[in-house]
Design a protein around this ligand. Structure first.
Ligand SMILES: Nc1ncnc2c1ncn2[C@@H]1O[C@H](COP(=O)(O)OP(=O)(O)OP(=O)(O)O)[C@@H](O)[C@H]1O
Length: 295
C-alpha cells in the first residue's frame, strides 16, 4: 500500500486504509445533510450548489478534528467555495446542520452571533489578498485585534510585530499593500488571519496568484502554523502539486464529496526539485505537442 488511501467512487471504505501518523484533537467541524440552493434573480432557475453534504461520524467522510489540514479539490463549479463560505459563516446553508467548535449554526442564527464567532474563532485567507489599501502591513494586521477590543495598545503592538516577524515581514511593517509583492501581501493576510488566534483557518486558493517560489513559501508557512499551533486548516486549491501538504484531501464535484484521500504524513515541496519537475513536465508537453502535430 502506498502513502495514500483512496475512498473510491462507490463510497466504500478500503479496509486497509492507513491512519494519520499525526495525532489530532477533538472534533471541530461536523456537517449533516447540508444543502445550498441559489435562486437566479429574475428567473425561476435554481442552482443546487451543495447536495446533501456530510462530514459526520456515520458517513465515510468523517468530521474534521483539531489540527487537521484538509484540502478541498475538484473541478470548477463543484461547490468548494460555496462550502468554504458556509463553513466560515459568511454565507448560510439552505438546509442541514453545521456544528463548528461545538456551536450549532443554522439558517436562522443571528448575524451578531455569527460575526462574533467569526471574529473569535475563524481566520480567512483569500486568493485576492483583500488588504485595506490605505493601511500599512502593521495596521492591517492590528485591525482585527482592535475590533475585538481585548488587548491594550501596547499588547496589540507587541502581538502585531510578533505576527509580522513570524511570517518573515519584520522589514516591511510600514509598507502599504501596493508597496509589497504578491507573496508578501499574502503573508500579511495570513498574519492578519492569525491575529485573534483562530482555531480554524479557511483558505480559498491562497497561492492562486503566486509564482512557484512564493507558492512553496506560503505553503511552508501554513504547514508550520498547522503543526506548531495545531490550527485546523481547510484549504481550497486547484493546484494538485500542493496536495502533499494536507492530511486529508476531499474531492468535490456537482455539489458532493466523491473521493477522500488520506496522506499518512504531510510533506513539503522542495523548491529545486519542484522546479526541475515543472521543467520536465513542460518539456513532456512540448514533445507531446510535436508528436500530435506529426500525426
Ligand atoms: N451567488 C451565486 N448565485 C448563483 N449560483 C452560484 C452562486 N455562487 C455559486 N453558484 C453556483 O454554484 C455552483 C458551485 O460554485 P462554487 O463557486 O462553489 O464552485 P467551486 O468548486 O468553488 O468552483 P471554482 O473552482 O471555479 O471556484 C456553481 O454551479 C456556481 O455557478
Amino acid at each position: 500500500m502506498d502513502e495514500c488511501s483512496i475512498l473510491g467512487e462507490e463510497n466504500t471504505w478500503i479496509e486497509s486504509a492507513p491512519t494519520l501518523q499525526k495525532p489530532l484533537g477533538e472534533t471541530v467541524l461536523t456537517i449533516k445533510n447540508l444543502n445550498k440552493y441559489y435562486k437566479i434573480p429574475g428567473s425561476d432557475e435554481i442552482v443546487r450548489a451543495l447536495k446533501d453534504i456530510n462530514l459526520s461520524p456515520d458517513s465515510p467522510f468523517y468530521p474534521i478534528r483539531k489540527g487537521e489540514f484538509v484540502i478541498l479539490r475538484g473541478p470548477s463549479g463543484g461547490g468548494k467555495t460555496t462550502l468554504l463560505n458556509i463553513l466560515g459563516t459568511i454565507d448560510s446553508a439552505s438546509s442541514g446542520e453545521l456544528k463548528i467548535l461545538g456551536e450549532r449554526i443554522s439558517a436562522d442564527s443571528a448575524d451578531s452571533y455569527l460575526s462574533n464567532l467569526r471574529l473569535r474563532k475563524i481566520g480567512f485567507v483569500f486568493q485576492t489578498f483583500n488588504l485595506l489599501a490605505t493601511m500599512t502591513a502593521f495596521e492591517n494586521v492590528e485591525l482585527p485585534m482592535t475590533v475585538m477590543g481585548k488587548l491594550t495598545k501596547k499588547q496589540r503592538k507587541e502581538k502585531t510585530l510578533r505576527l509580522l516577524r513570524a511570517v518573515g515581514l519584520q522589514d516591511r511593517i510600514n509598507h502599504l499593500p501596493s508597496e509589497l509583492s504578491g507573496g508578501e501581501q499574502q503573508r500579511v493576510t495570513i498574519a492578519r488571519a492569525l491575529a485573534n488566534d483562530p482555531e480554524i483557518l479557511l483558505l480559498d486558493e491562497p497561492t492562486g496568484d503566486l509564482d512557484t517560489l512564493n507558492t512553496i513559501e506560503i505553503m511552508d508557512l501554513l504547514l508550520k502554523i498547522n503543526l506548531e499551533q495545531k490550527t485546523t486548516c481547510i484549504m481550497v486549491t486547484h493546484n494538485p502539486d500542493v496536495e502533499c501538504y494536507g492530511d486529508r484531501l476531499l474531492f468535490m464535484q456537482d455539489g458532493q464529496f466523491y473521493k477522500q484521500v488520506i496522506n499518512e504524513v504531510q510533506t513539503a515541496l522542495i523548491y529545486e526539485d519542484y522546479t526541475e519537475y515543472l521543467k520536465a513536465k513542460d518539456k513532456n508537453k512540448e514533445i507531446e505537442g510535436l508528436d500530435n502535430a506529426e500525426v
